[in-house]
Design a protein around this ligand. Structure first.
Ligand code: SAH
Ligand code: SF4
Length: 409
């Protein structure tokens, strides 16, 4: 099966639109910000509320990325909007489809200020009855968890709210997950049965180190008059930035996942170094205080299985003791190796032993099947291929320079 056979050709991938555009975007603004932006370009005050709600519908219910498709907005108004703003999607540098149906997009965003264009990855994982989009929040990560490839990347910048949302909009485009063009303006689109039914902030970066932009993007993704994802179907994963865990509960209200990975402070200090600042006790206190937890709304604790490091039955026992009283799910993740790592994945036998112990203690503990390994889309592998490709590009570029100018120049 080749990529082109399964792609949705009705909505061709946009080619390099945003990268050329210097105009401000309307994507990722709150309603209030959008209203202000409209007033600044001369939209009459008395029209603003109506215009914002029209734009909100076209952008987030219909997934339009061209002002000309906004059928109930007059030509003159569309012209004003086009002159001042962009709603274009980011450039798709690469799109890969795994043999298991997982899709990975490499997206390029234009420079912000004096910076350079940046690339990030977004992964779609189809499963029985649901489809999950794994979204990145930063380019690289300032944290340095020792088993994570993203943590070794040098280039780091926060993604804007637009760039975070653009990953969802673009996935919906490419999966044919927005309504057809001929759906009447203002039509209600059912929230159920969509290809992207769930999102997880588990791509590149630490979402709670980019709190404001992540908050804005998630509040738009869960807005009932737009993209309409239920907050119960949105999960934010953090390595444990304690003050922002409290804020997430109060200000965003999505589901929480904690990258735990160790049950003793000395080991967690090594695996997840932010533990030195926010140790296990503080982290678990923040989890206990997370609002409206119940059996139906549990915190997910992620636990990467590292051979000989954190995978004994003693660890499993301590894990159960630590989580006592917290409505919790435990997600065991087989370690995904990357070039240069010193860790190895625990044996399958050991992972099963660990899982059995936890199951007997009453926890559902699914072992996360690695998805999309053939396209390097599994946890902790994001970006590795594109970095390698860049190296190859650079070599090709250097070879070209030598050919053009002579090796002695
Ligand atoms: N920064 C956030 C979210 C992104 S990482 C966080 O750390 O929670 C998503 C998950 O993948 C985290 O649980 C992370 O610890 C895990 N992970 C990172 N590298 C991995 C690897 N090589 N193999 C398996 N899981 C990994
Ligand atoms: Fe950053 Fe998460 Fe990787 Fe740690 S595991 S380096 S917090 S992306």
């Amino acid at each position: 099966m080749t990529a082109t056979e399964t792609l949705n050709l009705e909505r061709p991938a946009p080619v390099r639109p945003a990268i050329l555009s210097e105009k401000p975007t309307l994507v990722g603004l709150t309603r209030e910000e959008m209203g202000k932006a409209l007033v600044e370009v001369g939209v009459p005050e008395r029209q603003v509320k109506m215009r914002v709600s029209q734009l909100w519908h076209w952008l987030y219910v219909r997934g339009v990325s061209d002002f000309d498709h906004m059928a109930n907005i007059s030509k003159d108004m569309r012209e004003i909007l086009r002159r001042h703003f962009t709603i274009a999607r980011p450039e798709i540098v690469d799109e890969q489809i795994s043999s298991d149906g997982t899709r990975k997009w490499l997206l390029r965003f234009p420079p912000r200020g004096a910076g350079r264009p940046v690339e990030i990855e977004t992964v779609y994982i189809p499963e029985e009855g649901r489809g999950t989009l794994c979204i990145s929040s930063q380019v690289g990560c300032t944290l340095t968890c020792s088993f994570c490839h993203t943590g070794t990347q040098k280039l780091v910048r926060n993604l804007t709210a637009e760039e975070i949302l653009a990953q969802l909009l673009l996935a919906r485009d490419r999966l044919g997950d927005f309504p057809d063009r001929d759906t009447p303006a203002g039509a209600i689109v059912p929230a159920e049965g969509r290809k992207v039914s769930n999102i997880v902030m588990m791509g590149m970066g630490e979402p709670l180190y980019n709190f404001e932009n992540v908050k804005k993007a998630l509040l738009i993704a869960t807005d009932g008059d737009g993209l309409s994802l239920s907050k119960r179907r949105v999960t934010l994963s953090t390595s444990g930035i304690v003050p922002e865990i409290y804020r997430t509960g109060e200000e965003i209200g999505v589901m929480l996942a904690i990258s735990l990975h160790a049950v003793r402070d000395d080991l967690r200090d090594m695996l997840v170094p932010i533990n030195k600042k926010y140790p296990l006790k503080d982290l678990l206190d923040a989890c206990r205080a997370y609002p409206s937890l119940s059996n139906a709304r549990r915190i997910t604790f992620e636990y990467v299985m590292l051979d000989g490091v954190n995978d004994t039955l003693e660890d499993a026992k301590e894990l159960v003791r630590l989580l006592k009283g917290i409505p919790a799910k435990i997600n065991l993740i087989p370690f995904n190796p990357w070039p240069g790592t010193n860790y190895q994945c625990s044996s399958w036998e050991q992972i099963e032993k660990f899982a059995d112990f936890i199951n007997q203690a009453g926890y559902a503990s699914p072992i996360r099947t690695p998805r999309g390994r053939d396209i390097l889309a599994a946890c902790g592998q994001l970006k590795s291929e594109s970095e390698r490709m860049r190296k190859v590009d650079r070599m090709a570029f250097e070879a070209m320079m030598i050919t053009n100018h002579g090796a002695d120049d």
